[in-house]
Each structure stands twice: as C-alpha cells, then as structure tokens.
Write a protein that binds this ligand. Sequence first.
Ligand code: ZN
Length: 426
Amino acid sequence: MAEPENQDSDQEDQDLPMEIENGHISDNSSDYTSTSDRNSPDEDLELINSITGEYDRDIPTTHGYLGKLNPLRGYTIFEDGDVLKVFAIYTNTLVFPGFTLPLVMTNNYENGIMQNFIDKNNRVFVLLCANSGYSGLYEYGITMEIFEISHHYRMLHIKARGRQRCERVPGSKIENASARIKLVTVRIIAEPPIVSPLQDSQLLALKLKRKWKIRNIGELKQCKRYRRYHAAQYVFPSWVYDMNEVSYYIDILLDALSSYGKEYIPKDPEKLSYWFVQNYQLSHNERLKILGLKSTLERLKLECMYLKLGRTMCCDNCNALITDPSKVFVMSKDGTQSNYVNPGGHVYETVTVLSAINFQLVGDPSRQFSWFPGYAWTIIQCIYCNKHLGWKFTSNNLSPKEFFGLAKSGFKVMSQDPPDDLSILK
Ligand SMILES: [Zn+2]
C-alpha cells in the first residue's frame, strides 16, 4: 500500500501529540524502511487466486503486519474512584473500552521508556487525547492494557486494549517523561449499573410482574401493561419513562445501524455505546463529548441525537464533499474502521465506504501488499486540492466488486450543530 510522495503529514513539532493515526506513532528521525514481515508477491498471488465470492471479513482482522507478538497475561479492572499515577500516551485520537490499539513506536528514547515500564511488570497505561482545540490534553482518557508486545528492528510493536474511562485529577501535575509520554494522575470512572427509571418507586404489588433489567425492546414492550399501572401514580405519561430505558435507545441504534451488518454489532448496552462511537462517523468534538459522559444511558441518548444530525465526510484540506455516513459499510469483522500499515511502516486508520465522489485515481491498480487480500488498490486523491484521501479497492471475482478505504487523515466529518436540548428524540 502506498500514498503519494508529496503527502507526508508527519508533525515536526514536538509539542504536538503523538501521531498515532489511531495506531501508529510516527517519528521523523526514524529511517525504518524494512518490509521483511510482509508476504512475498508470490504468496500474495497465491492467496488472491484462492479467494472468490463474498469477502471473508475475518481476513483483515488478523493484522499480520505486526508480525508475531508475544502475549502478556492480565486483565486489570480498577475500582471506581481509584487514583493512579501512570504513564499516559498523548494522541490526536481516541480508543474506547473494548477496542484494540496497535502501536508501532519508532523513537528509541520512547521505546526505552515503554520497555522499562513493561519490564517492571506494568501493563496499564492511559491514552489521553487532544482536547477540542488540539491545544492540550483532554481531561478524560482510557486505561489501556498491553496484551502483546514484540521488537522489530528498532521498532516496538504493542497491542493494547481499552479497559476503563478515567479522568485527570484536577490540579494534579503533568510530568513529561518524553515529549509525548506523560506521567499523570488519573481517577478511575467505573460504569454505574444500568437501572430502570421506575425502579426506586416500584409498587410491591407489581414487583413480581415487572422486570427491572430490561435487556431489549421486546422485554420493555412485554411489561408495558404493568409499567402503565405503575406510572399512573405520576404526572408524566409512561412514554417519558420508556425514554429513559436503555432498551429504547438500543432499538433506535440497532435499527439505524442495520446496514452495517447486525452480526457485527454488540447488543449489550455498554458495548453498543462504545461500538457506535468507535465506528460511526463522528467529529473529534462529538467523540470527546461522549467520552465525558457518566453513564451508558447518557451515551446512548447523545448517540441517538447524533444519528439524527445530517453529516458529511469532506476533504480535510478543502472541504470538498467525498461521501456520507450512509455509504459506510463493514468490510472487516473489527468494524467499519480499522488500522492498517503500509510497507513503509505507516499505519492508517481506514474507513470503508461503498462509494465516493470528487476524487481522482493516481497510478495503476496494484495487488501487492493489499490490506484486503483479493483486491487491487489504487491511490485516490481530492480532485480539487490533491489531498491524499485513501485507496480504491477493486476485484473481478469478489463481492463487493469495488469499495473505498478512506484514510482518517484525509477527511473530516462535518455535522450540523446539535440543538440545545434532546427534543429531537421526541
Ligand atoms: Zn480537497
């Protein structure tokens, strides 16, 4: 995979957050160009020839580009309110609980810090992202647990998984271990239990008739009669209470996301709230707002509101319309956007869409090192300003026959301003 040579967007400024591209920490001092982990062209051709028909969405999830990594054991969950002094990696992006971040670190000094950290049996660091103005650290972050690690040449490969939300302790000192690795003090924010809005005032006579853990909209409908009896003692109609049940919002989200492939979307309220923010096309500010919310219900409510706002995906440089979220689809079991690396070691967070406009093809299709084995790729760039947008993937014998992988660095999500309240839901 490649990008146009004139499209190197790596940052020189050491005060800026680490360039991860949702996966890759770049460093301009690195001259790493090895590609020995990749398949040979013959191996690629053999694989390509063996694939026909509907695409196997398991294939892109293997992330074989990181080579063989050594597994680390552990699953660390902290108590609500625990205060930790830990390393934080400062990034431009976000990863939510349950999702994986593959890191490719190329700076020798920072590699030394992380290796020393891991050698002392530490597994958990914090991912802190840039605030809405990209001028500093956002107050909320995610604890990340390292579960695989390996060295490749002078690079450190790490896979870490998001565990819990946390917030920086107000007034606590931020120490710079390196330009982009900080030592910070954070407080763990545990997920509050999901409860029904009528639970605390339950009438004893109805207690056996009414489920409080409503797991899906079907259960909510089943107990509607008892809810009506119960809610009759209040001035508000029962639908007001229904709208504070997580199942109400799960139903809206699952319905709206059905084109993504229901088999890939979790139905658990908490997991769904994170899946949405990780996969739906939201602006950086919208993602920050969701990260700052306290409960699953609040996240689901805000996400349903974001669903209703018109939004487009535009060239990051000149704002030309490229596509819109209705064209996004799942091409990997990991979801609609995943991290992939090119032979030069640069990892892109890539969103798969079925169609795009205002682009031009650059060069000829190539089948070498394709992130989607079986497909040939061609670079695409903005027809107006030549900004690198991503790649077009084509195949004669696979379904779909063509699609686009848009690099997150090439486009931005533009949305309407939200209303002041949530009345849009009514
Ligand atoms: Zn453009």
